[in-house]
Design a protein. Structure first.
Lengths: 501, 138
């Protein structure tokens, strides 16, 4: 079992190293780089099956027994997230095969992508607070390189903002972890789950919880700590933006859900109410920010923020149904957001711009792209029969059941505004006649195999989103089972610490 | 800089520093020392060479690009974590081999291999930074 759990960490690491050995061979590098996403996809799938039948799997690294050593744990939630992360990173890589310049490949673009995936897998699998910090740092360093790679003033500016704010987040994380260790004497999450209730000073525990809200809130771009995301996500190459949108903020949300179900679940009245307030503001402010934007990628960046609010909403209601909704929404959002960015890349490829003011009439010239966008946009807004509908339905139903009417009302209102801003993109990019100062057609248009390589990732993700909507029942059951084991962490604790505890 | 004094002592010091680095690396498992600090010592030896002679000859002292050293170091560290799995233990479990050399019992294990990996990564990383900064300066 150990092998399956460490594969998604070791395989991308080896792929990154092999990429260094084949520095001057772009074709070989591309092939090697696939090892990371494929290993995540494969072991995510295998772990889902095994955890579903045999229960939560854990392995003690170096054979040091928990809670003293570092433990890697796979439960349904982490295995599911691993699978989704594998799918989107595969799609983003395939897209970059068609678009990435060879110069960036020589700089080691694919090695860095794989290093980032090491961090993502590690964050999903670790059962140790400090280890989580280390994976976050690895992800931060790799994503910083990806943002800045290729140079240019604009990129460096975006990257500097990104790294500055993330260092602040790391400082909060480290302080929180230090305080946590000082008051409980352990950083093993399962052990914390048991010991945190025994701390005399529960006020201190709530204070520590706030450190983690700030840190993970910054990572996942929740209100009021979201401003860095729209300021940096529009600068790198589009496959990098697509990858980031599918992975990075979601790992932040994953960490929030993990810690605020397993560790900080004693003072739910205060902590989760606060998260609910943040969730409401995140949804509203994100979508209002999006409405004011006229740049395709900036607009979508604000939507990332807005949708983080839905995931937090699921966590804050804190019933199994609501957390199941949050998990479904994360999966849905990973697929759809990445595919919308990839479609944006296609639009930019054919028209040479991402500014909504200078686009138009693409419905006539590129019906395929228009169709892809339409399906993805409607899924994002939550229209049936897509993944967006299913996950929003699950969230709203859980909200009404838990009598959280205000946040449920806000979420429905924000869906409407999301639909509005998707229609705005549709109108200005595809529907209306091209404006006077429209961007001229680009001279070099991709064709044949290269075009197929660019279209297929978006097609794959949007297809999955639609399939998701049709096979809602099993996916919903999976999410519910995952959520139940999150709310009731005794199985997790037993798997890590052994039955005797 | 062309100081005969520095050139002569640098030659002498560098060999001592390199020996000291090996000492630190091997000693690290049970006592203060280890791959990280040994790597820094080697990097400082390269830095000293660059000061006494010039940066280009310091680069050629390493024979391969520091980037390659980092990659090899990481690879060694990852591989050192694997043998434990072949004997059915979890990832990164230390495997020890015990044998005697001239009546003394010597224990060699995968943690030493891991330390060697750390050592190479630090050597590569620190020399890249050091030589790059020195070039900016010049």
């Amino acid at each position: 079992m150990s092998l399956l759990i460490v594969t998604p960490i070791v395989a991308p690491l080896l792929a990154a190293l092999a990429g260094v050995a084949f520095r001057e061979r772009p074709v070989v590098q591309r092939l090697i780089s696939l090892a990371g996403p494929l290993s995540m996809l494969g072991s995510g799938l295998a772990l889902l099956v095994i955890v579903d039948s045999d229960g939560i799997q854990a392995t003690n690294l170096g054979d040091w027994p928990a809670p003293f050593g570092i433990v890697l744990v796979a439960d349904l939630f982490s295995a599911f997230m691993l699978l989704m992360a594998g799918i989107v990173s595969l799609a983003a890589l395939l897209y970059s095969f068609a678009t990435l310049r060879e110069r960036n490949i020589r700089f080691g673009h694919y090695s860095v992508v794989n290093l980032m995936l090491v961090g993502v897998s590690g964050a999903f699998l670790t059962g140790d607070m400090f280890n989580l910090f280390v994976w976050f740092e690895l992800m931060l360093i790799a994503s910083f390189v990806l943002l800045a790679l290729g140079g240019g003033r604009r990129r460096i500016e975006g990257a500097v903002k990104y790294v500055a704010i993330n260092l602040l987040s790391s400082a909060f994380f480290l302080s929180g972890a230090g305080l946590l260790y000082a008051s409980t004497g352990t950083l093993n999450m399962a052990d914390l789950s048991v010991k945190i209730a025994q701390v005399d000073n529960q006020g201190l525990v709530t204070t520590i919880a706030m450190f983690f809200v700030i840190s993970f809130g910054l990572k996942s771009a929740a209100f009021p700590m979201f401003f860095w995301l729209p300021a940096s996500y529009h600068t790198p190459s589009i496959d990098v933006t697509a990858l980031f949108s599918g992975l990075l903020t979601k790992v932040g949300v994953y960490a929030l859900i993990r810690t605020f179900t397993l560790v900080f679940a004693n003072d739910v009245d205060f902590t989760h109410t606060l998260i609910m307030v943040l969730a409401g503001f995140t949804m509203v402010v994100g979508v209002i920010g999006a409405i004011a934007q006229y740049d395709y990628r900036r607009l979508l960046s604000f939507h990332i923020v807005s949708q983080i609010g839905y995931m937090l909403m699921g966590l804050s209601i804190f019933t199994p149904a609501a957390i199941a909704g949050a998990i479904l929404f994360m999966a849905h959002n990973i697929l759809v957001k990445t595919s919308l960015f990839l479609v944006g890349g296609l639009i930019a490829q054919f028209s040479g711009t991402e500014s909504l003011n200078r686009l138009g009439d693409m419905y006539r010239s590129k019906p395929m792209i228009a169709a892809l966008f339409a399906v993805a946009a409607l899924s994002l807004a939550g229209l049936p029969p897509s993944s967006g509908f299913i996950s929003k339905l699950a969230l709203v139903r859980a909200g009404i059941e838990a009598e959280a009417y205000v946040i449920t009302g806000i979420s429905l209102f924000v869906s409407l505004l999301t639909l509005y801003s998707m229609i705005k993109i549709w109108n200005s990019v595809f529907w209306r006649p091209a404006p006077q100062d429209a961007a001229g057609p680009v001279t070099e248009k991709p064709g044949g195999a290269r075009l197929a390589l660019m279209l297929s990732p978006a097609l794959l993700l949007i297809g999955l989103s639609v399939v998701f909507g049709f096979v809602a029942q099993p996916v919903f059951e999976l999410a519910t089972a995952a959520a139940e084991s999150l709310i009731e962490p005794s199985a997790y604790v037993d798997a890590v610490l052994g039955e005797t505890s | 800089m062309n100081s005969v004094l520095l050139m002569t002592t640098a030659r002498l010091l560098i060999s001592i520093l390199l020996l000291f680095a090996i000492f630190l690396l091997v000693r690290g498992h049970n006592a203060p020392g280890g791959g990280f600090i040994a790597g820094l010592v080697v990097a400082s030896a390269v830095g000293l060479y660059a000061l006494a002679f010039d940066i280009r000859s310091a680069r050629s002292l390493l024979r391969v690009h520091p980037r390659t050293i980092i990659a090899v170091g990481l690879l060694v560290a990852v591989l050192s974590a694997l043998p434990g799995m072949f004997s059915g233990d979890p990832f990164m479990t230390g495997i020890w081999v015990d044998f005697s050399v001239g009546g003394e019992s010597v224990k060699l294990g995968t943690p030493l291999l891991f330390d060697l990996g750390v050592f190479l990564v630090v050597v590569g990383m620190a020399t890249i930074a050091l030589l790059w900064l020195a070039e900016e300066e010049g």
